[in-house]
Design a protein around this ligand. Structure first.
Ligand code: F6P
Length: 353
């Protein structure tokens, strides 16, 4: 058996641990040959692959990034390198030339959408969910999320001590796209006074009220702010638009907007930190290393059982799988009745409403 593996979309801590688990499981359990495809679907379009044996994946569990490289614009159904043309037939032909019996796609919602359409063209695919945003439908936790939360929590801890020293309002803008999972979990872990997420548009007067009140008592305020958060009646803060990208909106800058909104109403200084890609880099946490290993192993098991065109998911603490058709292009948001929101409210954290 010969299996291809690729990592698509933005990178994420734990990708290498998944690759390692896929290769080790397939080689050891099935005697399979694994082919690494470089830079996501771009490697299938541009015909760039390399063998992945046990030696090639040794020591990968603790490393950040992806040894295969990735690309977040290489959609074979609308290839930017061919003026947006559909080159998917060429991709299928190349997969046949390589003798691939199956393809493991490790990626987010965009990659799963492509994986689904590739599978409809006859190449058996198994998907493995990846994103620090933790916003993929049907899976309770994506690998990489725990690492991002740990990095954001560390940043909040540090902003708290400097904010305390100067008596400032410290705003930390996190990633997460249109979902507030990173800001919510890290905000709670980092003891933020205010947590603002896209699912709950904030009222500026409420945020001012909290900062003013704290100005009198504690002198400082820490705000965890998701990049996709919006003020009530306001829109998303878009950093730039990349028209050639499947996800053309690049979010960023709401932290500066909030700073300008708050400053005229407060005596103390308001400062913003935008954490950016630091949240995606570096070594995965032990939790993510284990989760990534479970995902990679579960993907190999699906192949072993001949269950294709499915994505592995984590439900509670159990690995399961769902049809790719059910995940493609969908996102999971923080529901209004999520217990963490209640815990935040009940422990005095303002959600800006
Ligand atoms: O989806 C992961 C993510 O890191 C988002 O949180 C963020 O909005 C986006 O990717 C940034 O993407 P890029 O690296 O293309 O700027």
């Amino acid at each position: 058996m010969r299996v291809g593996v690729l990592t698509g979309g933005g990178d994420c801590p734990g990708l290498n641990a998944v690759i390692r688990a896929v290769v080790k499981s397939l080689v050891r359990q099935l005697g399979a040959e694994v082919i690494g495809i470089e830079q996501g679907f771009l490697g299938l379009i541009q015909r760039r692959v390399r063998p992945l044996d046990l030696r090639a994946v040794a020591g990968l569990i603790a490393t950040g990034g992806t040894v295969l490289g990735t690309h977040n614009r290489a959609d074979p159904f609308a290839y930017f390198g061919a003026g947006g043309a559909d080159v998917s037939d060429g991709v299928i032909a190349y997969a046949r030339e390589l003798g691939l019996d199956a393809l493991v796609v490790i990626g987010g919602d965009g990659s799963m959408d492509i994986a689904h359409r590739i599978s409809l063209k006859g190449l058996p695919v198994v998907g493995c969910p990846k994103t620090i945003d933790n916003d993929l439908e049907h899976t309770d936790r994506c690998f990489g999320f725990d690492t991002a939360v740990a990095i954001v929590t560390d940043a909040l801890d540090r902003l708290t001590t400097t904010g305390q020293s100067h008596g400032r309002v410290m705003i930390l803008e996190t990633m997460g796209r249109y979902a507030g999972w990173i800001a919510l979990e890290a905000g709670l872990a980092g003891g933020a006074d205010v947590i603002l997420i896209p699912e709950i548009p904030y009222r500026l007067d409420k945020v001012i009220e909290v900062c003013r009140e704290r100005e009198q008592r504690q002198r400082f305020t820490v705000i965890a702010l998701a990049e996709g958060a919006t003020a009530e009646g306001g829109g998303l803060t878009v950093q730039e638009r990349i028209e050639t990208s499947p996800d053309p909106i690049r979010l960023g800058g709401v932290g500066n907007l909030l700073r300008h909104q708050l400053q005229p109403h407060l005596d103390c200084e308001v400062r913003t930190t935008i954490l950016g890609h630091v949240q995606r880099g570096g070594a995965p946490t032990p939790f993510d290393r284990v989760l990534a290993t479970r995902y990679g192993h579960a993907a190999a098991q699906l192949i072993q059982r001949g269950e294709f065109n499915r994505m592995v998911v984590l439900r509670g603490n159990e690995m399961a799988s769902v049809p790719l058709a059910e995940v493609a292009g969908r996102n999971r948001h923080v529901p209004a009745d999520h217990p963490l929101l209640q815990a935040a409210r009940d422990t005095g954290v303002s959600l800006g409403v």
